[in-house]
Ligand binder design. Structure first.
Ligand SMILES: [Zn+2]
Length: 175
């Protein structure tokens, strides 16, 4: 859910202007970057299901998207930026972990507590035809908060979010 992740990144940037924007936005999407790499490596599995929103099922994403691994990746990400100061490192670590928190309402029970855990989490908003409208609504609600200097980037950010949706969900038509 790119809209929500980007929106949270922009909100974090507004609160911590000294943290590099690229590092915040990369952080909020970091688990999905790992997911892409792990799928290519065959460590995680996904199946395409055209016609059924969101168009795929995530069969095994425990190494990138489980609760425990989200904490581990957040810790490693924060450690990579510790030279920039503790506050920035903590904010960037939180950016990574926030991905798990925001995925929780969207994912259909494919998030586990740790790799191989049988406990599955997720409230499955993806299975409603309106899931990406929920994302956009969340994005605009968070955008509506005073973001200071980021106002000028709203159109740019919105264009990126829409492009990501189009590239990732070509089978989706507006409901
Ligand atoms: Zn994700």
């Amino acid at each position: 859910m790119y809209a929500g992740h980007f929106a949270l990144g922009l909100a974090l940037k507004a609160r911590t202007p000294r943290a590099p924007t690229w590092a915040i936005l990369l952080g909020t999407g970091f688990l999905d970057v790992l997911f892409g790499i792990f799928v290519l490596l065959g460590i995680e599995r996904t199946t395409m299901t055209p016609g059924r929103s969101p168009g795929f099922t995530l069969d095994f994403i425990d190494w990138s998207h489980s609760f425990a691994m989200a904490l581990v990746w957040a810790g490693l990400y924060a450690a990579a930026f510790v030279k920039r100061g503790r506050t920035i490192a903590l904010v960037l670590g939180f950016a990574v972990f926030s991905h798990f928190l925001l995925d929780l309402p969207m994912h259909p029970h494919d998030l586990t507590l740790w790799p191989g855990s049988s406990t599955h989490l997720g409230f499955a908003l993806w299975h409603t035809p309106y899931w990406w409208w929920v994302e956009l609504a969340l994005y605009y609600i968070m955008r509506a908060r005073p973001l200071g200097t980021f106002g000028g980037h709203a159109w740019w950010a919105s264009a990126v979010v829409l492009a990501l949706h189009v590239f990732n969900s070509p089978w989706l038509s507006p409901a």
